[in-house]
Design a protein around this ligand. Sequence first.
Ligand code: NDP
Length: 342
Amino acid sequence: MAITSQGNAMDDDSFRAMWVEEVAAGKYDQSIVVRRLQDLPPNAVTIAVSHSSLNYKDALSAFGNRAVTREYPHTPGIDAAGTVIADASGTFEPGQKVLVTGYDLGMNTAGGLAERIAVPADWVTPLPPGLTLREAMVLGTAGMTAALCVEKLLEAGAGPDDGEVLVTGATGGVGSIAVALLAKLGFRVAAVTGKLESAEFLTGLGAWKVLDRETLAPFANKAIAKPLWAWAVDTVGGETLFNVIKCLKYGGGVAACGMASGAQFQANVFPFILRGISLLGVDSVELPLHKKAEVWEKMAGPWYIGEQLQKLAEDISLEQAPEFLARLHRGHGIGRYVVDMT
Ligand code: NDP
């Protein structure tokens, strides 16, 4: 079946979707195919997706990470925003603008890198007033996660007068939104990146200073290091996470949400028992829906990052999604990628 030049679904029943297949043992192929509504899971809410976005987890799913997606072929996409077509649960009206982030979307449920999704009603949040569907996807799971990291730091007592806040993986999706949000809230942000050539992107988002990723490497050999930063958001995990913990000032804490450099880290107790450092875990996937809705209201209201939203994102087509996911998989992404399916 042909795909229209506008890229829209061709009839009421068919739609375009990204498709990941295992073509040989351990080798995965990504393409755009035409699917039919009856191929979707029998969930209550069918949504016409206008925008999606790319996250690191989508890259893992697209390249065959079985901890994210057990069975292939599969359509990735942990984020989706669009308009309700039908809702058998009666919770949403046809035509209502909504968004979905996390839960099982794009993991083992056909995901948002498609013009249609079908999901349970308790995964769906009405689009908060103040955000467009596109802006909601500039934020997406990355924005939700960054906002939750900032909330955790504030709940732990963080304030702009405490000193600098470190953000690792700063050019990534979560990292770049964390930089913009913390800067908006008056914090001085030290952005750590492996892409010093993107320093201007980070200062444009409000970073106070930009540090080379290698700055943290020498701390690997120390049990505890000179206190340099008051608080931190770590999107990278692995050895970096504990290097950050070693350098936090007395009473500080790190919101840990990611594993871009690795899931394991070795630690000792000194930063915890000598400086009272807090390790604050963040999950945006299984967070209860009412809490997600509260965070969305915040991001649409007092935490709206306005013009930074424009600087953060590049719009791409569904056809470009595989190429850009490959970049994310290599750690080469910068900011956010919004998949425009209008
Ligand atoms: P991105 O791919 O957009 O960003 C990841 C960034 O991490 C890269 O751009 C790079 O930034 C840095 N990075 C990559 N590889 C390495 C490495 N080997 N060592 C150090 N830094 C590296 O990913 P997302 O922003 O979508 O996600 C970031 C992390 O957060 C992921 O691990 C993801 O799984 C996790 N996550 C967790 C969630 C939760 O609920 N807990 C929700 C969403 C994401 P730079 O070059 O600037 O250093």
